[in-house]
Design a protein around this ligand. Structure first.
Ligand code: HEC
Length: 129
């Protein structure tokens, strides 16, 4: 289900219905996370090509000390933005649509259901064990 389709078209911004995290399936999300694993870990605070994703839901954008973010990502986070569910949903769908010059070389997750499951997993990786 989607809300705000008109608004989304008007502002040219994918305002999808905020996925209810409880509805996402963390086990399925763990599979989707395979797409991210070359560059990210979520179970320990260790940066790889990308910053670790521990506690990413509602974490301030570009906030991991010692990780060298792109200028684009630093600017994107400069107004104290956090990675809430809506922002993550838009970003993961097509990262470069939201943060044009991000150094995250990843096209995006096509299916909304995959994103919803992925977010459930990121919120609580242990739920997939
Ligand atoms: C090819 C490597 C690569 C892949 C694959 C990748 N990322 Fe990233 N990711 C990065 C890099 C590099 C950054 C830092 C981007 C910047 O500074 O512009 C990043 C940044 C992020 C951020 C912002 C973190 C912060 O601290 O602000 C999130 C969230 C994120 N990635 C999630 C994901 C998810 C979820 C996936 C899988 C669906 C994924 N990424 C796939 C490399 C990758």
């Amino acid at each position: 289900m989607r809300f705000g389709v008109f608004a989304a078209v008007t502002v040219g911004f994918a305002v999808l219905a905020a996925p209810a995290l409880a509805e996402g399936d963390a086990k399925k999300g763990a599979k989707v996370f395979r797409k991210c694993k070359a560059c990210h870990v979520v179970e320990e605070e260790k940066n790889k090509v990308g910053p670790h994703l521990v506690g990413i839901i509602d974490r301030p954008v570009a906030s991991i000390e010692g990780f060298k973010y792109s200028k684009a990502m630093v600017e994107f986070g400069s107004d104290d933005k956090v990675w809430d569910v809506e922002t993550l949903t838009v970003y993961l769908k097509k990262p470069k649509d939201l943060v044009k010059k991000t150094s995250m070389a990843f096209a995006g997750v096509r299916k909304d259901a995959d994103i919803e499951n992925l977010l459930a997993y990121l919120q609580d990786p242990s739920a997939a064990d």
